[in-house]
Design a protein around this ligand. Structure first.
Ligand code: BG6
Length: 473
C-alpha cells in the first residue's frame, strides 16, 4: 500500500522544440518555437515573424537530439528509464501545418527514435503538441484562434496514431493546455499573435475551446485506431495557497485555481465546461463560439488519465502591497515559508502531495507527474564532475511527498522528471537554466561542443529507479 505500484513509470521528460534541433533538416517546416529568440531571466524572448540574420534562435540546433538520439537514449537506458516523455515536432511531419500529405522523412525519424527506445525497453510517452505549432498556421489562420486548425491537428493525429499504432501506447494531446488561460501563453500555447488593442482573453479562450475540441476528437480517434491507447491531458498545475485566512484571500485563491487549473481538467476529464466558467466568461467579456455538435464532441472525448507539471507553488493575496515572485507560466506572492530557486520559483515538495490529493479528489482517474525538476546553474569541476547535490535534494524531497500521496490513496502511474538531459528553457530560451541528469556542453549564446556527461544526479536516479523509489540516498 505504501509503495509505488509495480510497473511505475519512472523516467524523464523533454519537448522537441527545446532539445531536438534539426530545425530545417529533412524537410521540417518553421514552427512557432523557431521564431523565438533567446532571452534571459530579465530580458524576454522576442517573436520575430521573419527570421533575422545574425539573431540566435535556441530551438534551431537546441541540443541536437536529432543527431544524437542514439547516444542519448543509451544514457536513458543506463539510468533504467521505464518511460521517456518526448514530443513530436508537428512541423517535422506537416511542414506548413495544413499540408495534405505528411513528410515521410519526418515520420521515419520518429520510427528510428521509437525503435531505439524499444531496444532499452523504454516506453515512449508522446506529447502531440508541445509549444510548437507550425508557423504556417500562425501566418494563415493566427494559429488556434481559428477553428480551421482543428482539422489540421486531427490530420496530424490520425497520421501519427496510425503510423505508431504498435510503437506508442501513451499520448498527451496538448502540453500545459491551460497556458491559454494566461496572457503569456497566447503564442507559445496557441500560435496566436495578439495585435495591439485586441482582446487577448477573447482570442485565447476561443483558442482554448478549439484545443478542447481537437483534444476530444483526438481521444476518440485514438481509441478507434487502437483501443489500448492511453491518452491523457496535461495541465501546468499552478498550486495556489491563500496568503492568509482572510475569506477574501481564500475566495481569490479559489477563483484563480478554478480558472487557471480547474477549467481545463474539468473539460478534458468530465467532458463539459464547469459552472464557474460561465460567470468568468460573462464578467470578462469572453464569448465562446460553439458549434452545434461541440457539446457531444467534448462528452465523447474524455481523457484516460490526468497528467500535470509541478515545479512550485505560489501564494495569493488581495493585498497589493505583498511582494511578488516569478514562477512557471505565472508568478504570485512570495511565501515566507519557502525557499526559491535561482529563477525565483518557490520550492515546495509538500505542495506536490497537496496537489496530487487535490487532483485525485476531484477526478478519481489515474494521475501522472510528467514534469518536475530544478532549473539551476551547474558547474563542471576541474576533474570533469558535476556535483548537483541541490538537484538531488530537490528531487528526493518531491519523490518523498509523492510517496506520501500514494499512501494517501492517490492512483499514481508514473513520474517523468523534466529536462532529464539539459535543454533550452521554454520561458527564457537559456541553456544556463539546467535541469538535466545529463550535462550538455552548450551555453546561452549557442557555443559548445554538445558533449554529453552524466552528473552526480544521474547515478542517484538510477538507484531510485532500480529500487522503485525505495532508495533515495
Ligand atoms: C513547463 C513546460 O512549463 O516547464 C516546459 O512544459 C518547460 O516546456 C518547463 O521547459 C520548465 O520551464 P522553463 O521555463 O524553466 O524551461
Amino acid at each position: 500500500m505504501n509503495k509505488f505500484k509495480e510497473g511505475f513509470l519512472w523516467g524523464g521528460a523533454t519537448a522537441a522544440n527545446q532539445f531536438e534541433g534539426g530545425w530545417n533538416a529533412g524537410g521540417k517546416g518553421l514552427s512557432t518555437a523557431d521564431v523565438m529568440t533567446g532571452g534571459t531571466h530579465t530580458t524576454p524572448r522576442r517573436i520575430t515573424p521573419e527570421l533575422e540574420e545574425g539573431t540566435y534562435y535556441p530551438s534551431h540546433e537546441a541540443i541536437d537530439f536529432y543527431g544524437h538520439y542514439k547516444e542519448d537514449i543509451k544514457m536513458f537506458g543506463e539510468m533504467g528509464f521505464k518511460t521517456f516523455r518526448m514530443s513530436i515536432n508537428w512541423s517535422r511531419i506537416f511542414p506548413n501545418g495544413d499540408d495534405l500529405e505528411p513528410s515521410e522523412e519526418g515520420l521515419k525519424f520518429y520510427d528510428n527514435v521509437f525503435d531505439e527506445l524499444k531496444k532499452y525497453n523504454i516506453e515512449p510517452l508522446v506529447t502531440i503538441s508541445h509549444y510548437e505549432t507550425p508557423f504556417g498556421l500562425t501566418k494563415k489562420y493566427n494559429g488556434w484562434a481559428s477553428r480551421e486548425v482543428i482539422d489540421c491537428y486531427i490530420r496530424y493525429c490520425e497520421t501519427i496514431f496510425k503510423r505508431y499504432k504498435n510503437k506508442v501506447k501513451y499520448w498527451l494531446t496538448f502540453n500545459e493546455i491551460n497556458c491559454l488561460t494566461i496572457d503569456f501563453g497566447a503564442f507559445m500555447g496557441g500560435g496566436i499573435l495578439v495585435k495591439e488593442g485586441e482582446n487577448s482573453d477573447q482570442l485565447r479562450f476561443q483558442a482554448l475551446h478549439h484545443q478542447f475540441i481537437a483534444s476530444a476528437k483526438a481521444v476518440k480517434l485514438g481509441h478507434e485506431i487502437n483501443p489500448d491507447f492511453k491518452i491523457g491531458c496535461m495541465i501546468a498545475y499552478m498550486t495556489l495557497y491563500p496568503y492568509t485566512c482572510n475569506p477574501d484571500d481564500i475566495l481569490l485563491a479559489q477563483q484563480k485555481d478554478q480558472i487557471q487549473n480547474g477549467l481545463c481538467g474539468d473539460v478534458q476529464v468530465r467532458g463539459h465546461y464547469p459552472g464557474f466558467a460561465k460567470r468568468y466568461f460573462e464578467e470578462n467579456n469572453i464569448k465562446i463560439r460553439m458549434e452545434k455538435d461541440d457539446e457531444n464532441i467534448l462528452r465523447e472525448g474524455c481523457v484516460d488519465f490526468y497528467s500535470f507539471s509541478y515545479y512550485m507553488s505560489n501564494a495569493v493575496s488581495t493585498d497589493p502591497e505583498k511582494q511578488e515572485t516569478s514562477g512557471n507560466l505565472l508568478g504570485g506572492i512570495k511565501n515566507p515559508y519557502l525557499k526559491a530557486s535561482d529563477w525565483g520559483w518557490q520550492i515546495d515538495p509538500k505542495g506536490l502531495r497537496w496537489t496530487l490529493n487535490h487532483i485525485y479528489d476531484r477526478y478519481q482517474i489515474p494521475v501522472m507527474v510528467v514534469e518536475n525538476g530544478l532549473g539551476a546553474v551547474d558547474v563542471v569541476e576541474e576533474d570533469g564532475t558535476i556535483n548537483d547535490d541541490y538537484r538531488i535534494d530537490y528531487l528526493r524531497d518531491h519523490i518523498v511527498e509523492m510517496n506520501e500521496a500514494v499512501k494517501d490513496g492517490v492512483d499514481l502511474m508514473g513520474y517523468t522528471m523534466w529536462g532529464c538531459i539539459d535543454l533550452v528553457s521554454a520561458s527564457t530560451g537559456e541553456m544556463k537554466k539546467r535541469y538535466g541528469f545529463i550535462y550538455v556542453d552548450k551555453d546561452n549564446e549557442g557555443t559548445g561542443t554538445l558533449e554529453r556527461k552524466p552528473k552526480k544526479s544521474f547515478y542517484w536516479y538510477k538507484k531510485v529507479i532500480e529500487s522503485n523509489g525505495e532508495n533515495l540516498e
